[in-house]
Design a protein around this ligand. Structure first.
Ligand SMILES: *Cc1c(COP(=O)(O)O)cnc(C)c1O
Length: 392
């Protein structure tokens, strides 16, 4: 163990364990560790560094803004946050209102409070969420997270959540009644291993919420901002939720979260109902504007669809006894294995110079920067049979 790793272990709470690599710098889709070893970054800080590392547009936006005005708090407004809210609503092509937070879980806390207030004023008492779903680590978002190992020891929770199997529209229809305040769903489940629901699932959820009056919350914290080849993942399904949450890829590496309420959901909060000191701060808002501008200017949505399809087809074409298949959308993929060997695959990939994420015991997640080139993808595909053999 290097001394940095020992110091990490001694100084940090044990919740993360000691991460396997200490990263020192990055450029584009490449990162270098503390010893100068180079890696191709195929996980992008969990689908966050959408433009890759040290992208000139992000560097320029952040440097200029931090040198001009770094923070105002919500006591004062500023132009970057207004531009960003308007820009998001324009991309969403629907009337709505925006709240800015600093992370994914906080974007969901905002949605939870909106749904709680909606439930109180309309006599609705419970929430519905999906088994194996992930919505964050703070208590409201954790209540909705359908994974016993990270949830159960922190209960009881402040409101009732009924869990349904993900992708099963009939189960959703049975569970959502006129007493349900909100249904929280991911358009595809990232932490579960990029699980894509059957076609029509989100549409069915929309109909069920319309029939019962429950709010539909689409948690696109991992899925949005180009990851699937669309600005927003619900655009794959042609449905509009009542509430949308965003974070990860939005700031390109700077911390920012957003909660958008559409139509009447946009004005559930009254003055004083919610707030955040750092939320929508000028540096993060400027970073997010640079991300959106660059995706637009460089045609990255189209690029994600093209190279994402090539990536998935390339994995699919590999015959290997450990490889069971590939799933996902755009540049958001999971390789599935015939045995619980994902940790070994991650380690073998790292030795070969590729950073990937063992998201489930039998699945490795791939979520590279949106700017990844065909040549970079091909370099991983060329190395993959050897990586798999080493991990077997
Ligand atoms: C990452 C994630 C969150 C939590 O975001 P943090 O920024 O880690 O708090 C919530 N929902 C989904 C779908 C996520 O992928």
């Amino acid at each position: 163990m290097s001394s940095l790793e020992e110091r990490f272990e001694a100084a940090f709470m044990p919740n993360y364990g000691v991460p396997p690599v200490a990263l020192a710098r990055g450029e584009g889709c490449r990162v270098w560790d503390a010893d100068g070893r180079e890696y191709l970054d195929l996980i992008a800080g969990i689908a966050v560094t959408s433009l890759g590392h040290a992208h000139p547009a992000l560097v320029e936006a952040v440097s200029t803004q931090v040198a001009t005005l770094a923070h105002t708090s919500n006591l004062f407004l500023h132009e970057p946050e207004v531009l960003l809210a308007e820009r998001l609503l324009g991309l969403l092509r629907a009337p709505g209102r925006v709240f800015f937070a600093n992370s994914g879980t906080e974007a969901n806390e905002c949605a939870v409070k909106m749904a709680l207030k909606y439930g109180k004023t309309s006599g609705r008492s419970y929430f519905v969420a999906a088994e194996n779903g992930f919505h964050g680590r703070t208590l409201g978002a954790l209540s909705l997270t359908g994974k016993a190992s990270i949830r159960d020891q922190f209960g009881p929770f402040p409101f009732e959540v009924r869990f349904v199997p993900y992708g099963d529209a009939d189960a959703l229809r049975k569970t959502v009644t006129g007493d349900c305040a909100a249904v929280f769903l991911e358009p595809a489940q990232g932490e579960a291993g990029v699980v894509v629901p059957p076609d029509g699932y989100l549409k069915a959820a929309r109909e069920i919420c319309d029939d019962t009056g429950a709010l539909l919350v689409s948690d696109e914290i991992q899925a949005a901002i180009g990851r699937t080849g669309h600005w927003f993942a619900h655009q794959n399904d042609g449905v509009l939720p009542d509430i949308l949450t965003l974070a990860k890829g939005l700031g390109g590496g700077m911390p920012i979260g957003a909660c958008v309420g559409f139509g009447e959901a946009g004005t559930i909060f009254a003055k004083g109902d919610h707030g955040s000191t750092f939320g929508g701060n000028p540096v993060s808002a400027s970073a997010a504007l640079a991300v959106l501008d660059t995706i637009d200017r460089d045609g990255l949505l189209e690029h994600v669809r093209t190279v994402g399809a090539r990536f998935a087809e390339g994995i699919d074409a590999i015959e290997h006894p450990l490889l069971a298949g590939v799933r996902g959308r755009g540049l958001w993929l999971a390789m599935l294995f015939t045995a619980d060997r994902s940790a070994a695959v991650q380690a073998a990939a790292q030795r070969a110079g590729f950073l990937v994420n063992a998201v489930q015991p039998n699945a490795v997640r791939l979520a590279p920067p949106l700017v990844i080139t065909e040549r970079e993808i091909d370099s991983f595909l060329a190395a993959l049979p050897m990586i798999l053999s080493e991990a077997q």
